[in-house]
Design a protein around this ligand. Sequence first.
Ligand code: N01
Length: 554
Amino acid sequence: MTSESNQDAIIIGCGFAGIYSTYVLHNKLNYKTRTFEMSDQPGGVWNWNRYPGARVDHMSKEYCFKFDENLYNEWNWSEIYSPQPELKAYAEHLLRRYNLRPHIQFSSRLANAKWDEENSRWSAEFVVTKPDGTIEEQKWTGRHLILATGCLSAPNKPKFAGLEDYVAAGGKVYHTGEWPREGVDFTGQKVAIIGTGSSGVQSTPEIAAQASSLHVFQRTPVYTAPAYNRKVTDAERDEYRKRLHELVAATMQQPGGFAAHLDGITPPTMSADFNGNKEKIMQRFEDCWKSGGFAFYGSFIDLILSPDCAKLATEFYHNKIKSLVKDPKTAENLCPDYPPGCKRMCVDTNYYVTYNLPHVHLVAGLKERPLKVVGGKDKFIELEDGSKYGPFDAIVLATGFDAMTGTLAKINITGRNGITLKDAWAAGPVNYLGLFIHGFPNMYHLAGPGSPSVLTMMIHQIEQQVEWIEEALKKMDAKGLKTIEATEEAQNGWVGFSNMAASMTLLNSCNSWYLGANVPGKPRVFMPFVPGMVAYRQKCNEVLEKDFEGLITA
Ligand code: N01
């Protein structure tokens, strides 16, 4: 091991969280840092999710970094909701613009990380794939370990019977989260999509436009709102730039960490303020639907709190779906029967109307009649009730991710006294502020469980956490402190508070990946921090103001 291998900080992941961490720790704090990325390219989720139709579901004027006004002003998003290639290009632009590439090592997978008590450092072992395809093992150490490993980066691939035989018989299988870099041409093919979350909803219309037939296999219908995506005009771009400060100020007031969707619609109130006037409540839903995207979330403050409000929202959605989808049975099958927001809402372009195309078929009810054989030698998909569909040339798994904890579960992380992260999280993820895990000093998990993360506009969360770490490290360095770690008491308090907050909402009332319910055997715990960004930021700031309250420093 060379002295070069000893860093102030080791950063894992080169998505937006890893990129911003590299910028802050290396460029601003002047730390010696090394960032490791499993892929040979940057971008995180925007590198892996290259499926047709992949695009951001927050407005691009907002889903981007705002820490540097020049950066904001010089980057031209072409559409209201940018497509994946543009987001990937933005990640590459960040590396160039801030000269970060020399500090990033690609094709490097973290296999083991162990806290070295004697030296108060993390010792990390990487499996590195060299350009000629050979594998090399490398050891690095770092005073701090930043896990910017993403929440939705470990693909969920259910073990479907028949899939192996299908591939052996020449059938093609694609997971949306591991899409081939060269793209896939479905022209003239008979295609099946399994899954109707965001990835399924975005890819369905695009694949339908190419395929000769498309069957969409749905276990649970989703709530999805129209994006009304289009090109951004130069005049609009100028206006965004002029109003950047206003946007940032408005964002700071929003629990969801986004404000752009709410621009132009009146701020949300409690549904009770409408005194039970159904007509007015439905009109409010209609106005939000017309604004597009996540504006529907901003319809009422109590949308995820009040069963009555949720019931009306569901009724609104059912009416909408039935007005858009011509075949009454298909429309009925697309209607969700759980509160909106309980599963993450989707934002789409032409999702519902795609089912009006004669070659597009919805196969619903997989809860009652699960998938029995997927593909097999004859390339059919068979359900438990004996019904059979196919044969298919290609099967697209839009089956999501082992969310929030799946990526870390693949790494052996050992903290103080030999405690492993697997053991610490055996009953579900626990931490303090979503950042610190008791027993794992100087380790920071970004945008993960215990923070608002996936319930918010993710870049806002990333900026807040990385800037908080920046302040914490500055403070530690000024005081000559070497380690920082959550107390067990603070961790228990945070977990208890998070669970209580989630239990007061309707978010626990359906099977979602927020709860780990999509992965068989995963502990059922509501993982994100429900109170949202405003409360979260306030608490994080308080911890610093109160001299690392809830944290042991030494
Ligand atoms: O995954 P999902 P996703 N048999 O878990 C079904 C972000 N994202 O990749 O709902 C049959 O939402 C499963 O059914 P059910 C965003 O945060 C953002 O679509 O569990 N079906 C569900 O329909 C999003 O929420 C964008 O009953 C099975 C689907 O597969 C998150 O990533 C775009 C099954 C999985 O849906 C995940 O989205 C894409 C089985 N055994 C993703 N197992 C943007 O727009 C699973 N399913 C920015």
